[in-house]
Write a protein that binds this ligand. Structure first.
Ligand SMILES: Nc1ncnc2c1ncn2[C@@H]1O[C@H](COP(=O)(O)OS(=O)(=O)O)[C@@H](OP(=O)(O)O)[C@H]1O
Length: 374
């Protein structure tokens, strides 16, 4: 009697250990299968990897009132401003691809592929404009399950073109059929050679330009430079050639970038207008879901990103994401986005507004959209 009780206990113990071995194996196999399908690529990025990859230091910031989280946010932004001091050089291909993959890409010229994911050239690029809201747009798009994007700015078509197209493709994340590969580099819009180079890669590429009132954009651009270089001369001394005549200095990049019609003319020599989507930087702030609807339609995507993904953060003064890619916590863009602008004399702003008016109107005609900047 006593002995049969022992056997029952013994058998129960054995069964229990078999069950736990079975569940451990199931867990291990699930994990390996998950990684084999390339889904590990889209696993939440660690803070470290975000730091390493985001060239323009747009680390998403948690603005909920937890002291620890707020400390994390300021630490992240220290890293951010340090990053701002150096020119970004994207990771070499070998850092993002195995040697075997590199070999096949270089020798055959066919898509670099494992069983379930393929590194493809971007089918859509956010080409501009600097300080238009390009980071917000990319981060909003990244919550769409059919969008995979390179997190940093690769600067391939302006700075690193001599590295070759395979280098560029190797930077891209793997995508499954039906997913879109994207990147954003706002300086492409003002780079003379960029349209021809993008067309050499693929003339069917979809091009997204986030545009913002060129006067506010210039002040935003100046604010960013001022943050890096506090000894910078005043905005007015850089924007005006001569203060008494009020002549605008178009050689200053902060002014020149805002001549959207001129830059668009250059792009239209290589791409038809139908390949462009112009996103309003202002509406991206006031109605992010509405603007995202247009973007998803343009990209041929199901309208997944909607108003339920956004909330307006009073502290930040901008829309933020309830659940960004790879996180279940609400996040805003980092402190380098939405910085307070310095006070610029009203007559200088008015002078700039007058200067831009004819260029803005020309841009409205060319794009078929009135952005209402004046
Ligand atoms: N949701 C949200 N959160 C924070 N900031 C937002 C957002 N949407 C648009 N913006 C505006 O984006 C401006 C920065 O533009 P970019 O991301 O294109 O800048 S950059 O060229 O990549 O440096 C940035 O410019 P500043 O306000 O001058 O800092 C913002 O006004």
């Amino acid at each position: 009697m006593g002995c049969s009780g022992c056997r029952v206990r013994f058998n129960f113990g054995k069964a229990l250990s078999k069950v736990s071995v079975f569940f451990t194996m199931v867990l291990i196999f699930t994990y390996f299968f998950y990684c084999l399908t390339g889904l590990c690529d889209s696993a939440p990025r660690t803070l470290y990897s975000q730091r390493a990859s985001d060239s323009d230091y747009d680390i998403l910031e948690d603005l909920r009132p937890s002291p620890r989280l707020l400390l994390d946010a300021s630490e992240r932004n220290l890293t951010a401003s340090a990053d701002a001091q150096r020119v970004y050089a994207p990771a070499e291909p070998q850092q993002s691809a195995s040697d075997g993959e590199k070999g096949s890409a270089q020798s055959s010229g066919i898509p670099v592929s494992n069983t379930f994911g393929t590194k493809r050239f971007p089918q859509a690029i956010i080409i501009g404009v600097k300080k238009g809201g390009t980071r917000a747009l990319l981060e909003f798009l990244r919550i769409h399950p059919d969008v995979r994007a390179f997190g940093a700015e690769p600067h391939f078509f302006d700075r690193f073109y001599d590295k070759g197209l395979e280098w560029y493709r190797n930077l891209m994340p793997r995508t499954l059929d039906g997913q879109i590969t994207m990147e954003k580099t706002p300086s492409y819009f003002v780079t003379k050679e960029a349209p021809g180079r993008v067309c050499t890669m693929n003339c069917q590429t979809k091009l997204i330009v986030v545009v913002r009132d060129p006067v506010t954009r210039a002040v935003s651009d100046y604010t960013q430079t001022l943050t890096k270089n506090p000894g910078l001369p005043s905005f007015q001394s850089l924007a005006l050639k001569n203060v008494s005549t009020g002549l605008i200095d178009t050689t200053w990049s902060a002014v020149r970038i805002g001549l959207y019609a001129k830059h668009l003319e250059n792009w239209l020599q290589h791409f038809p207008l139908s390949h462009f989507l112009f996103v309003s930087g202002e509406r991206l702030v006031s109605d992010p879901a509405g603007e995202m609807g247009r973007v998803q339609d343009f990209l041929g995507l199901k309208r997944v990103v909607s108003d339920k993904h956004f909330y307006f953060n009073q502290t930040k003064g901008f829309p933020c994401l309830k659940k960004p890619e790879g996180s279940s916590k609400p996040r805003c863009l980092g402190k380098s986005k939405g910085r307070p602008h310095p006070q610029i004399p009203a007559e200088v702003l008015q002078r700039l507004r007058d200067f831009y008016r004819p260029f803005n109107h020309r841009f409205y005609e060319m794009s078929g959209q009135n952005f209402g900047w004046d």
